[in-house]
Design a protein around this ligand. Structure first.
Ligand code: ZN
Length: 229
């Protein structure tokens, strides 16, 4: 069962799960509409997240932003309500991976990691769709009473990172950008430095990544500097 954690009057998230490699999913409530950060690993993950939102009487998201193309963040996208948004590179990766699976079947994907086999147990279908809306560079959203900036950043994890910043709350969703490459988790030092510079430049106090607890920006930068994540 997905449990929602409230950060303040605008921000909630669901805790990550290691077993099925499910990342934290973010939720931002505006006065007019609401935003989810990442779709989740599969339709089952989306369903459980939405049940948790309903339980808290929170409206289902109008828009879901995808932080990067990886399966655990994006492959639930076909089951979200409302629309989705991602940067152009994320959509390109999703289309390429979808084409690959059409040709080669799903076995290569399922064998990438045991956590994927657990998420897709019982013959659950792998469905990959691109986001409805594509942006390049940055995109500003006004949810009513809270604004959100989506922007691309260099990262040692993938080449398609979207960071999600909430200036009024000084809160930054960082996805997996702080991590190294799958599956070795090695971080390219130059890209890590660039990401650290980007994080420094934001006025964020608090950050939430895909597979880590909430951290202050200071803690996050220290961990990155010491290669301690
Ligand atoms: Zn990832």
């Amino acid at each position: 069962m997905v449990k929602l954690i409230k950060i303040n009057d605008r921000i909630w998230y669901s805790m990550y799960e290691e077993e099925r490699d499910r990342p934290c999913l973010g939720y931002v409530r505006g006065d007019h509409w609401s935003l989810a950060v990442d779709a989740g690993h599969s339709d089952a993950h989306v369903k459980e997240f939405y049940e948790a939102l309903r339980k808290e009487s929170l409206p289902l998201p109008t828009l879901t932003v995808i932080t990067h193309w990886h399966w655990d963040h994006a492959f639930g996208m076909h089951k979200i309500c409302g629309l989705s948004v991602a940067n152009t590179i994320t959509n390109r990766h999703l289309k390429e991976f979808s084409d690959e699976i059409q040709v080669e079947g799903v076995n290569k994907f399922l064998s990438l990691d045991p956590s994927i086999q657990k998420e897709y147990a019982d013959g659950r279908k792998v469905v990959i769709v691109p986001a409805d809306i594509e942006y390049t560079g940055k995109m500003d959203l006004d949810l009513g009473g809270i604004s959100v900036r989506l922007f691309q950043s260099i990262s040692p994890h993938t080449d398609d990172t979207t960071l999600v910043y909430l200036p009024e709350k000084r809160f930054l969703f960082v996805g997996d950008s702080i991590s190294g490459v799958f599956p070795t988790w090695k971080r390219d030092p130059k890209k890590t430095k660039e990401l650290m510079r980007t994080l420094e430049k934001t006025d964020a106090d608090t950050c939430l990544g895909g597979h880590w607890p909430v951290m202050t920006k200071r803690e996050l930068l220290t961990a990155l500097a010491e290669d301690g994540l």
